[in-house]
Design a protein around this ligand. Structure first.
Ligand code: ZN
Length: 255
C-alpha cells in the first residue's frame, strides 16, 4: 500500500529512477527479485552493498587467512546470490541454485535453514571442493548481511522491484557510508558461524525496533534526518563487523 509519504517523495524517486535507468545497458528493472542490501544480481550499476560488506570483512582477515584472498571471487559471488522465496535458475560451482534455495527454505527476509547452508559449505571443504565451499560460505554470509537490514530483521515484507521496495534499502543502494567507529557489541565468539544469523537479526532489531513500514524511511541521503543517517551508517558498519566475525568463525572451523 502506498502511503502519503510515498506520494510526497514520488517525484524525487522518479528523478532518481530516470537517472539510474540511464546507466543500464539493458532494459531490466534494477533490484528485481527479493532484495535486501542491493546485490550484483540486482544489476546495480554501482558497487553492490553486499560486495562492499563482504570485501571489507575479507580485507580485515586475509593477512591471517590467505585462502580468503585466494577464493575471494567465490565468496563475493555467493554473497551476491539472492536465494530467498523466489525461483532462480542456473548452476554455480556444481550447485543447482534453485534446488538449494528450496532445500534451505528461502524466505522473503532470509531463510529458515541457515545451518544447512553452513553444513553444505563445511562438507564441500572437507571433500576438497574449496571453490564450492567458499561460494556456499558466501551465500551464508549474504543471509547474515540481509539480517542487518531493519526490514529483514523485523520481517517487513518487501521486494526489490519498483512498487514493493524498502526505503532503507533504496537509500543504501547509492550510499555506502559505513560507520566503523560505533560498534556497540563484541564478537560473541560462536564456534558455529551460522549462529551469527540470529545475532545479526537481533542487533538490527535492537537498532530499529520500530521499523515496521517499508515506506516510512527517507529514500535519499539529502532528505534524511540525522537519526536516519546514523541508522544507515551504523547498520552498514555493524553488519560488516558481524560478517567479519562469522567469516573468522568459518576460517577456524575449516582448519
Ligand atoms: Zn538477499
Amino acid at each position: 500500500m502506498r502511503t502519503k509519504s510515498f506520494k510526497n517523495n514520488n517525484h524525487i524517486l522518479k528523478a532518481v529512477l530516470i537517472s539510474a535507468s540511464l546507466l543500464f545497458t539493458n532494459s531490466s528493472l534494477f533490484v528485481p527479485a527479493a532484495s535486501a542490501w542491493d546485490s550484483d544480481s540486482s544489476k546495480n550499476p554501482t558497487h553492490p552493498t553486499h560486495t562492499y560488506i563482504t570485501e571489507w570483512a575479507i580485507d580485515q582477515l586475509k593477512a591471517g587467512a590467505p585462502e580468503l584472498q585466494q577464493f575471494r571471487k567465490q565468496i563475493i559471488e555467493g554473497a551476491n546470490a539472492e536465494l530467498h522465496e523466489l525461483p532462480v535458475s542456473g548452476t554455480k560451482y556444481g550447485i543447482d541454485l534453485n534446488a538449494k534455495r528450496i532445500q534451505h527454505k528461502g524466505t522473503n527476509e532470509g531463510c529458515d535453514d541457515i545451518q544447512g547452508w553452513w553444513q553444505d559449505s563445511l562438507n564441500a571443504y572437507r571433500q576438497g571442493n574449496k571453490q564450492q565451499a567458499y561460494f556456499l560460505l558466501g551465500v551464508m554470509l549474504h543471509m547474515i548481511e540481509d539480517m542487518g537490514v531493519p526490514a529483514h530483521a523485523n520481517k517487513v515484507y518487501h521486494q526489490g522491484n519498483l512498487t514493493e521496495f524498502d526505503n532503507f534499502e533504496f537509500m543504501a543502494l547509492s550510499n555506502w557510508k559505513p560507520n566503523f567507529n560505533n560498534i556497540n557489541r563484541q564478537d560473541p565468539g560462536f564456534a558455529e558461524p551460522w549462529r551469527y544469523y540470529a545475532f545479526s537479526q537481533e542487533w538490527a532489531h535492537a537498532d530499529a525496533p520500530n521499523y515496521n513500514n517499508r515506506n516510512s524511511f527517507s529514500k535519499t541521503w539529502t532528505f534524511a534526518s540525522k537519526s536516519e543517517r546514523a541508522l544507515l551508517s551504523n547498520r552498514q558498519g555493524r553488519t560488516s563487523n558481524v560478517v567479519k566475525w562469522a567469516l573468522n568463525s568459518a576460517v577456524k572451523a575449516f582448519k
